[in-house]
Write a protein of this length. Structure first.
Length: 290
């Protein structure tokens, strides 16, 4: 990979505060791409004042990528299901006997439930504006949340909802989705800013909450990794099943990059929380053993 490629990538990473640990994944993508392709990828977040175009048949993003409206509605439905289900699960957990033993966590789950209800309403309004309807999610994404719903230990619940789901879906895919669709539909996307933000006020608290339990032996690194592997395998499949839409839009390499990052992101967060893991080994295990 030449100096020009490296310069483009490094400049984009600095401009958008991209974590340095993402560099190997981005470089791997860049080695398979030409300069124009890299510029297109950067264009997903470097939208400046370009607004894109929204019609009854298609959406043209600010960087020129075109999606059929049916594909956009399909993706919105998956987001809607995930956000709605997160709220439902958090609400149920906030009132059950297991979580009641950890009052601060019960309060945290109540906050999540209330916020996700508002976010789901905003997404529904956006789909109404596009002329789309709410329908059943894919089997693959449903399996992710069916698995999460069955978790019964409070600390593992926090791990699943606040670390794994957040870092695998909201941070890589949700953030890009928010950035590129905001200029197209700001009236709807404005209310979704917090759910797709890279950092929120509760992130540090929940990470410290789990780290403290790890240090005190209330949960082991083995327990954390067992649950993480189980969920991330399902998450990988749920994302991989949608790659055909990206291929149709001419952005398959970018989608594959985000898919890989979505698995790596929670692993890097866990490592930063004190869970000793070999991320490359875990990535290969999750992808190959699914």
């Amino acid at each position: 990979m030449g100096i020009l490629y490296e310069g483009l990538i490094d400049a984009a990473m600095r401009r958008y505060n991209v974590p340095q640990w993402l560099r190997p994944y981005i470089y791997k993508y860049a080695k398979k791409s030409n300069v124009d392709t890299i510029k297109q990828a950067i264009g997903f977040i470097n939208v400046r004042r370009r607004k894109g175009e929204l019609t009854k048949k298609h959406v043209i993003l600010p960087n020129g990528t075109k999606f059929e409206i049916d594909a956009v509605v399909h993706i919105l439905n998956q987001f809607y299901y995930g956000i709605s289900k997160t709220g439902e699960i958090a609400k149920a957990w906030s009132t059950d006997a297991s979580t009641a033993l950890v009052p601060e966590l019960a309060s945290h789950f109540r906050e999540i439930a209330a916020a996700r209800q508002k976010h789901a309403k905003a997404l529904r309004n956006m789909m109404d504006g596009l002329g789309g309807k709410i329908y059943e999610p894919t089997t693959e994404i449903k399996e992710v949340f069916d698995k999460v719903k069955l978790i019964d230990e409070p600390i593992k619940r926090a791990l699943a909802l606040d670390i794994i789901i957040r870092d695998a879906y909201s941070r890589p895919f949700g953030f890009i989705f928010y950035k590129v669709f905001y200029p197209v539909s700001p009236e709807f996307m404005r209310s979704l800013g917090k759910v797709f933000s890279i950092k929120s006020s509760s992130d540090a608290w929940i990470e410290e909450f789990i780290s403290d339990r790890l240090r005190n032996g209330q949960i082991t690194a083995e327990d954390i990794m067992e649950l993480s592997r189980e969920l991330l395998k399902l998450i990988y499949v749920s994302i991989d099943s949608e790659i055909h839409l990206a291929k149709k839009a001419g952005i398959e390499p970018e989608a594959n990059l985000l898919r890989d990052i979505s698995i790596a992101y929670p692993l890097h967060t866990l490592q930063g929380m004190g869970v000793g893991i070999d991320i490359n080994y875990e990535m290969k295990k999750i992808v190959n053993d699914r």
